[in-house]
Design a protein around this ligand. Structure first.
Ligand SMILES: *[C@@H]1O[C@H](CO)[C@@H](O)[C@H](O)[C@H]1NC(C)=O
Ligand SMILES: *[C@@H]1O[C@H](CO)[C@@H](O)[C@H](O)[C@H]1NC(C)=O
Ligand SMILES: *[C@@H]1O[C@H](CO)[C@@H](O)[C@H](O)[C@H]1NC(C)=O
Ligand SMILES: *[C@@H]1O[C@H](CO)[C@@H](O)[C@H](O)[C@H]1NC(C)=O
Ligand SMILES: *[C@@H]1O[C@H](CO)[C@@H](O)[C@H](O)[C@H]1NC(C)=O
Ligand SMILES: *[C@@H]1O[C@H](CO)[C@@H](O)[C@H](O)[C@H]1NC(C)=O
Ligand SMILES: *[C@@H]1O[C@H](CO)[C@@H](O)[C@H](O)[C@H]1NC(C)=O
Ligand SMILES: *[C@@H]1O[C@H](CO)[C@@H](O)[C@H](O)[C@H]1NC(C)=O
Length: 582
């Protein structure tokens, strides 16, 4: 999807001319902007030091995961009902834009799950089946949850075809409350009734096209929040064992991954007891569990939250996101091999906030959270949601009269670029703000404040042996000049060739973004091009200028000295000297 033309000499000169024009325009705009805001604002230089490996995943792909939920159209929070046509059952899975946008994210994981996954019944053709397949119905108490829900066989065929056409790997949440719902007493939760799950798996088994996109299963969603159903870690572990045995019985030749326990929030003791009960507590024991999942909405509620915007734009809020959870987990498991997975987060809970979580501002917490969790040992990050809710990456709310659904919201491009550029090896990064020489007599306090309002993440793409950077500038007034420490003074050519993707918006709550100053156009089919700014000249090579309240991804070609030194890139150069695009 991303392309960089490789034309003749004429094109090359045109490109150089265009880049000069672009640079001049940006420079002029930047200066004008700073003048307008406050003449006392210093230009700030932030030095980036790329450090040791923080965490290395098994593969460059697969970190970016998106969720699709079950919520029906009459799911409302705070009087806002953002799930119309946004659930796995109601959205138009055959829509070419939806399909193409999902396909554009390399090896994306599609998690199908959520609260209602535990009430859904799988349609069973066997007329003797005791499980009626009923549509969702609001529960009497407590609202706004629902009972029932039905996955028909024809709907599953659509879902399987959707996954096949988009190349998405499915992780499917199996209902863990089957047979456990009608009990009236909190004390006695009966064992899981696996019969409906078994009927579903036997249906899948009939045709490999029905299950070939499924890589794994979850079992139970945030069971710690189900009213009056305290399911102990031991009961939860028994459920996983039962599901594991069922899968082996129905699919003896295939080995599906299991993910859990989908804890809402984190509980050290729950995780410890759950892993102990599964026999997964140390690295010598074989585990049926591939990944440990937890859910977190670190921004608070979607509504009745007057500080939501400020929370997103204050990077300190997420600096330690997932840190103690990762530390505690690896303490309990003695460095067991389980992956650690952010199984569900949409930032703000209860469906997010319209005009915030579906606008440009949303990308600031989302990108930071992806960067921080990648450093804190996480192997996958599932964004709630691909469609549905106010935090959807792809819009299901018709705008105006033209019913233009399934166009990307700004954070879609954040997911897309992160998946393309930020490879398996997450590095520690330190940043240091300093004043430029000619501003030496300006006020220092502004400089310190600004350097604390940037965040930088650095990953090596292991296959392509190149360094990728994500630079976030939260400051609404100051352009930041980023330089890489150890590469800046002696050898400017170290940092070329490279491609830069500067993502800006006309307003923090805009619903469209610009890439390198150009509004990103998505056509009828969902095709788009993010045109990189390719830096090939030494004289423009040192500084990466990031505008106020914007972010940039930078990919250093594997031929560059910085990629070779940090990521073991090859020593050959391309024939035309251009940066290899992602
Ligand atoms: C949901 O989708 C159906 C069929 O595509 C369409 O007729 C209906 O208008 C949509 N509803 C909303 C609220 O967008
Ligand atoms: C889609 O299905 C076809 C036919 O079964 C198969 O050959 C192909 O590998 C599938 N593609 C994906 C991405 O699963
Ligand atoms: C949960 O249990 C409490 C006390 O036993 C009871 O008052 C309440 O109605 C129960 N809630 C539900 C949803 O069953
Ligand atoms: C690890 O698990 C194995 C097999 O269950 C057990 O024999 C061993 O004692 C355990 N080691 C530790 C340190 O818990
Ligand atoms: C790790 O476990 C030890 C002993 O159980 C405990 O004292 C320590 O606080 C734990 N560390 C973390 C980060 O949980
Ligand atoms: C620098 O900024 C601080 C805080 O805004 C202010 O108190 C101080 O007077 C300023 N100093 C100069 C020289 O402008
Ligand atoms: C810029 O941010 C500061 C605090 O970070 C805030 O007080 C100010 O209102 C913001 N200005 C604009 C134009 O958003
Ligand atoms: C400077 O860059 C060139 C070409 O990119 C490289 O061959 C050389 O080793 C670099 N020199 C130093 C001192 O890093």
């Amino acid at each position: 999807m991303m392309s960089c033309g490789r034309g003749g000499l004429l094109f090359f000169f045109f490109l150089v001319f265009f880049l000069l024009l672009l640079t001049a325009t940006t420079f002029w705009n930047t200066n004008r902007h700073n003048e307008q805001v406050a003449s006392s604002d210093a230009e700030v230089v932030v030095e980036i030091s790329v450090g040791e490996i923080a965490h290395e995943r098994e593969s460059d792909d697969g970190y970016v995961c998106v969720t699709m939920d079950w919520w029906p159209g009459n799911k409302c929070d705070y009087g806002v009902c953002p799930w119309k046509n946004g659930s796995i059952l109601t959205t138009d899975l055959s829509h070419p834009r939806l399909q193409n946008l999902l396909r554009a994210i390399p090896r994306v994981t599609l998690r199908i799950g959520g609260t209602q996954a535990d009430t859904v019944v799988y349609q069973d053709d066997d007329s003797s089946s005791s499980t009626p397949c009923l549509p969702f119905e609001p529960s009497e108490t407590p609202s706004p949850h629902f009972q029932h829900g039905c996955l028909t066989r024809s709907k599953w065929r659509d879902i399987a075809a959707f996954a096949n056409q988009t190349g998405a790997n499915i992780i499917f949440g199996i209902s863990a409350l089957a047979g456990r719902q009608s009990s009236s007493s909190a004390a006695a939760v009966p064992a899981w009734d696996s019969s409906n799950a078994e009927a579903f798996l036997r249906f899948l088994k009939q045709d490999h096209r029905l299950y070939q996109s499924i890589v794994g299963f979850e079992f139970g969603n945030e069971l710690n929040y189900v009213p009056n159903r305290t399911i102990t870690p031991q009961e939860q572990a028994r459920g996983f064992q039962a599901l594991h045995e069922l899968l082996q019985r129905v699919f003896p030749q295939k080995s599906f991954q299991l993910y859990g326990p989908d804890l809402g929030g984190w509980s050290d003791t729950f995780i410890r007891d759950f892993l102990a009960a599964l026999g997964s507590s140390n690295h010598t024991s074989h585990s049926i569990l591939t990944g440990i999942t937890w859910h977190s909405y670190p921004l608070g509620p979607g509504y009745n939250n007057p500080h939501l915007m400020n929370t997103i734009l204050n990077p300190k809020v997420l600096d330690s996101f997932g840190k103690k959870e990762a530390a505690a987990l690896f303490n309990h498991t003695h460095n067991a091999k389980q992956k650690l997975v952010m199984g569900e987060t949409g930032g703000a809970y209860n469906s997010g906030h319209d005009t915030v979580n579906n606008r440009f501002v949303d990308s600031f917490w989302y990108l930071q959270a992806m960067g921080v969790l990648a450093q804190h040992r996480h192997d996958m990050f599932c964004r709630q949601a691909l469609v549905g809710g106010n935090y959807e990456l792809i819009n299901t709310k018709p705008h105006g009269s033209d019913n233009n659904m399934y166009y990307p919201n700004p954070s879609y491009f954040a997911a897309y670029l992160f998946a393309q550029i930020m490879g398996a090896q997450a590095r520690h990064v330190t940043t240091l703000g300093r004043m430029e020489e000619h501003h030496a007599n300006a006020n220092n306090s502004g400089m310190e404040d600004s350097s604390s309002r940037v965040r930088v993440y650095a990953h090596c793409h292991v296959n392509h042996r190149r360094l990728g950077l994500l630079l976030l500038n939260y400051d609404n007034r100051t352009t930041i000049d980023f330089v890489l420490k150890g590469y800046d003074n002696d050898n400017n050519s170290d940092l070329i060739p490279r491609d830069e993707y500067h993502i800006t918006a006309t307003h923090i709550q805009a619903d469209q973004v610009q890439c390198n100053g150009e509004t990103v156009i998505v056509d009828e089919q969902g095709t788009f091009h993010l045109h990189p700014r390719t830096i090939i000249h030494v004289d423009s090579g040192i500084i990466i200028k990031v505008l106020p309240q914007s972010y940039a991804f930078v990919v250093f070609a594997k031929e560059s000295v910085v990629s070779q030194r940090e990521c073991g890139g090859a020593t050959t150069t391309t024939s035309n000297g251009m940066a290899s695009t992602v």
